[in-house]
Design a protein around this ligand. Structure first.
Ligand code: CA
Length: 228
């Protein structure tokens, strides 16, 4: 059975989560501050970490940022109600999911099951995964997901997104995108790029409430690690 690390400074909540997890058959450990949590996580041996954001010593986002230098252990963030920025930052920094406090224990258990399943397959995918803003592309499997939900893309949409993700944080002009994605000297209008960016925004941004592809006026498009 999976071993879960609970990093939460509120003793009552931590104890409650531990009891419920143990009841489900998980092994658990807990840490009451960020520094201890990070050390325990880095020592390995855990299949998943539940990570509160407001923690003494190191906050949850900082714990996550440091952990991600060396580990892709699945992490579910525990966030305060309506802390939208925390959720966005957490996903940007590589959290697998988040749950808003107060939560129903059944929902937490469901998310743990999903994340553990996903985490297993993510490790097998290895290097071929590209990601930004919570969107994960597995080139080998030709799949794109956001928060674990599959996004169906056409071949051209997929290539365009792949090119932007492979050049993350670099602004690509319409001409560059045309050459790389359509791979021939496209006679006619470069606005085919704009059209396909619009398709991607409809399928990803509009569906998941994020801003993945940013327009750089007069230049082109870019996907950044952080949303504007
Ligand atoms: Ca807390």
């Amino acid at each position: 059975m999976a071993k879960i690390l609970v990093v939460e400074d509120e003793e009552k909540i931590a104890r409650f989560i531990e009891l419920e997890l143990q009841h489900e058959g998980y092994e658990t450990d807990k840490a009451a501050d960020g520094r201890t949590g990070l050390e325990m996580a880095e020592s390995g041996g855990y299949d998943l970490m539940l990570l509160d954001i407001m923690l003494p010593q190191l906050n949850g986002l900082e714990v996550l940022r440091r952990l991600r230098r060396t580990s892709n252990m699945p992490v579910i963030m525990l966030t305060a109600r309506d802390a939208v920025m925390d959720k966005v930052s957490g996903l940007d920094m590589g959290a697998d999911d988040y749950i808003t406090k107060p939560f129903a224990i059944e929902e937490l258990l469901a998310r743990i099951r999903v994340t553990l399943r996903k985490g297993g397959s993510k490790r097998e995918e290895g290097e071929s995964a590209l990601s930004a803003c919570g969107v994960v592309m597995n080139v080998a499997a030709h799949s794109v997901t956001c928060r674990g939900q599959e996004i169906a893309l056409t071949n051209k949409e997929f290539s365009l997104l792949q090119t932007l993700l492979e050049n993350k944080n670099i602004v690509l002009s319409r001409d560059t995108l045309l050459t790389r994605v359509w791979s021939y000297d496209y006679i006619g209008e470069t606005n085919v790029v704009d059209v396909y960016v619009r398709y991607l925004r409809q399928k990803i941004d509009d569906m998941f409430g994020i801003r993945l592809i940013q327009t750089v006026r007069g230049v082109g498009y870019v996907i950044k690690d952080e949303m504007p």
